[in-house]
Design a protein around this ligand. Structure first.
Ligand SMILES: C[S@@+](CC[C@H](N)C(=O)[O-])C[C@H]1O[C@@H](n2cnc3c(N)ncnc32)[C@H](O)[C@@H]1O
Length: 253
């Protein structure tokens, strides 16, 4: 049952908290949806950022590259020998992230796309409707990978989910990934009982997705004000927008 899986939320700067936690147990899988770098990223409105009171996100292009390099190295050190890392990124910061990966010892196995729709109207260019999902492994000959369907292609699309209507979405965080996406990553690259980490927890979606799939999980988040919503989500808090579709969550309520 989901209640058997353990979760922990560590509030603080991941550069300090992750190395400490990894001394206790190395991670099998880490998911990273890093801050966007809003201040240098003039296209932040592409992701709907104008609509929200965003968390502090103060970078220059150079410092974003340095920041990415440092946390990618941190993840490398915190993973076990068969470990995998998923990086989720918009297109505007992708170049810095890819350059940072090039400086690491990770092997990149996939550059996948999550396509979403959300009805944004644009006049003089196409509306952004995708994120990049990068799959990195420490050892290209020895890693976990369990296909979720026979033809498991590198463009993910759930027509019933756009950026804002995930049934597990809760009030209080601007950038929540859908649980269905996080479940796919977790089920593809880890096994029940494994330890999953999310180095930029945000609203805590990875914690919920890991618990629904019987993985132990540690979430790291710097902003203390997100603590209550992360716990709410992690403890199978009631959906704000109940879905007509059958939700895995309902099994545990
Ligand atoms: C893009 S959001 C993650 C959203 C998350 N994937 C979700 O679905 O809710 C990035 C998060 O990283 C956090 N963050 C930024 N710098 C951090 C750091 N140094 N250590 C830990 N968390 C950090 C931010 O406060 C923000 O909540």
């Amino acid at each position: 049952m989901a209640s058997e899986s353990k979760y922990e939320l560590i509030i603080g700067d991941v550069f300090e908290t992750l190395p400490m936690k990894a001394k206790e147990r190395l991670f099998d899988l880490i998911i990273a949806d890093p801050p966007f770098g809003i201040s240098f990223n003039k296209s932040s409105h592409e992701y709907g950022a104008d609509d929200y009171d965003l968390y502090e996100d103060d970078f220059t292009a150079e410092s974003y590259f340095g920041f990415s390099k440092r946390w990618i190295q941190l993840c490398y050190d915190a993973l076990g020998a068969q470990g995998s890392l998923y990086i989720i990124s918009g297109w505007t910061n992708l170049q810095s992230i890819l350059n940072a990966i090039d400086t690491s010892k990770f092997h990149m196995l996939n550059h996948a796309i999550w396509q979403f729709s959300w009805g944004v109207y644009t006049k003089r260019r196409f509306a952004t409707s995708h994120y990049h999902i990068l799959l990195l492994v420490k050892n290209r000959k020895d890693y976990q990978f369990y296909k979720q369907k026979h033809y498991d292609e590198d463009v993910f699309f759930w027509p019933e989910y756009n950026r804002g209507n995930d049934p597990h979405r809760i009030k209080g965080h601007p950038c929540q990934l859908p649980i269905v996406l996080l479940e796919k990553l977790i089920n593809t690259s880890s096994s029940p009982g494994d330890l999953v980490g999310d180095v930029f927890s945000g609203s805590g979606g990875t914690i919920l997705a890991a618990r629904l799939n019987h993985r132990d999980v540690v979430g790291f988040e710097i902003r203390k004000e997100y603590e209550p919503i992360i716990h709410q989500k992690a403890r199978f808090g009631k959906p704000v927008f109940p879905s007509k579709k059958e939700s895995t969550l309902e099994k545990f309520l």
